[in-house]
Design a protein around this ligand. Sequence first.
Ligand code: IMP
Length: 436
Amino acid sequence: MAGLVVVGSQWGDEGKGKIVDLLAKDADVVVRYQGGSNAGHTVITGKGTFIFHLIPSGILYRGKLCVLGNGVAIDPGGLIGELDGLKKNGIAVGKRFLICQRAHVIMPYHKAIDKAAEQAKGARRIGTTGRGIGPAYVDKMARVGIRMGDLLNPDVLKQKIQENLVEINAFLRRIYKAKGFTVESIFKEYQAYGERLRPHIADVSLVLDKAFGRGQHVLFEGAQGTHLDVDFGTYPYVTSSSSCSGGACTGSGVGPTNISAVLGVTKAYTTRVGEGPFPTELHNEIGEQLMQRGNEFGATTGRARRCGWLDLVLLRYAVRVNGLTSLAVTKLDVLDGCEELKICTGYRHEGKLYREMPADLKVLQECQPVYERWTGWAADTTGLTSYRALPTVAKRYLARVEELSTCRIDIISTGSKRGDTIVIRNPLDRSKKRAK
Ligand code: IMP
């Protein structure tokens, strides 16, 4: 094993934080490669509940190197807040945390544009997290972005802010009737961030190359999910980065030959936060029950998540576009007590049956899901750690998920605590033992 990528197979919030936390103990390096503080990973340990927006959750283990690759959009103020929070909880970070000098910086004007654009869109809004993600990636592609390395060079930083504000201020004032920004205030704030973060800014691609050279295990922690990917998601209701496994290479500066496995994390049902199509969404008491039992409220914005049945069209597509080698199924316990379970196997639209994911938003918005019905289980699966102990019907449900997705299940999560997990195979385990 060299590189293992962990990605979300749905619309984010699949419980990747817990799975990465579990795997991180067998990894040497943990890497974030895309997204920014729009993500929110919750990890519950003996030391308390930690919510990370930027820092990889692997930081909770002593001795692990955690890095943010070039593909991550960095909000330096928020990041410093996370570093301070770790310090307050007695977790020493020191040289164990690095940020790529090529990573782009989220500026105050990105957040202002994000919020103003959403407001102006009205009913067509995307439901963004308001963290400035889209506008920061727009600047990156328009070649006017400010990178972490620029924060260390006051002349370059000031000049870039000056140049950018000419257009940005005009845009904010004329189009959105919003207030503009002054060069001095942003410059002072961001130069100070650069000085504080200076010891952590590095050439991450080089650091990772050396780690692979030493034969170390590198874990790539995806944020958001497959169906929020800017290319493969339900465009335009997506985020602005490559949240699929391919993003691990372009977002960290490693070649694809270093990736040996890709683990897709999926909930035992489906959720989505923000706007956009969701064919298996439940607008009834079962949806409400999943929301309450699954505590489906966003870690970043606190918004209630929309809930629905497991959608195998989405999952099979995730297997394909990520090259998934195995699955981690989370929140199985949330389905305890459901009399009947449904699995979506296709979509029907204007007399046509879709077995594969349509790119056409209209089809996704208007289609009727085609369901298989499964008997639920009454038993409490919370905290189970052995596959054998699962109710027979739960095993059948999981076997059907493997069959329809064409991907084997390696891990099943049965609760929010670290230990509430069934590990059938650990994708990072050097001994390759298989537990049942
Ligand atoms: P943005 O990433 O803030 O631009 O938001 C774009 C879309 O992605 C919105 O629907 C958000 O709700 C969604 N989104 C962004 N980050 C996450 C996440 O970490 N989990 C779930 N949804 C997310």
